[in-house]
Design a protein. Structure first.
Length: 188
């Protein structure tokens, strides 16, 4: 009790770790039982049991449950009732984006830094313009030529958009770079 009063985090760490270990063991046993029973189950029951195991997994590892949902079992079946690996990848990206927002929100309380929203919006606009230009390219039969054409188009359009939108005051950087490249006695 004294440990809980001095440092609640330390006092609760051991019971929490023990509870997580027990829950993981339970999920592992459920996965093994599902694997062992799967050849004898009809598809409807198998789907229901997979959903139950996935729910158990979400309680133990909520951040990783979606990734685990797309893991293949021994026979090569995808152990999910949802959109599969693409859905797991999308859900993982969304989860990391939410974690980024939460960390940024919590971090701003302790270390408020100015965020360059205008430059971010300009960069997003330049990226959109570049994506539209690359998407508008006609198809080329050679994959290598298509890759080179897309890369070159993307680079040229993004640089032009960045200069036109003056992202992060890049025009003044360019002017400073030009001034540094002039020969010592040259006039402007």
């Amino acid at each position: 009790m004294e440990l809980l009063q001095r440092s609640p985090a330390e006092g609760l760490a051991r019971p929490r770790a023990h509870a997580i270990e027990l829950a993981r063991a339970e999920v592992t046993a459920a996965l093994q039982k599902l694997h062992d029973d799967s050849p004898n189950l009809d598809p409807g029951v198998l789907k229901q049991r997979r959903s139950q195991v996935l729910l158990q997994l979400k309680r133990v590892a909520p951040g990783r449950a979606t990734a685990f949902a797309a893991v293949e079992d021994i026979r090569g079946d995808i152990c999910t009732d949802g959109p599969g690996i693409a859905g797991a990848a999308g859900a993982t990206v969304i989860a990391y984006f939410i974690a980024l927002l939460v960390c940024a929100g919590l971090g701003r309380r302790h270390l408020p830094l100015p965020l360059p929203w205008n430059d971010w919006v300009r960069a997003a606009a330049a990226t959109g313009i570049m994506a539209a230009a690359v998407y508008a390219l006609p198809a080329i039969n050679s994959a290598w030529l298509m890759l080179v054409a897309q890369a070159m188009t993307g680079a040229i359009v993004y640089v032009a958009s960045a200069l036109a939108l003056n992202i992060a005051d890049c025009r003044s950087w360019l002017a400073d770079a030009r001034a540094l490249m002039k020969p010592a006695g040259a006039q402007s």
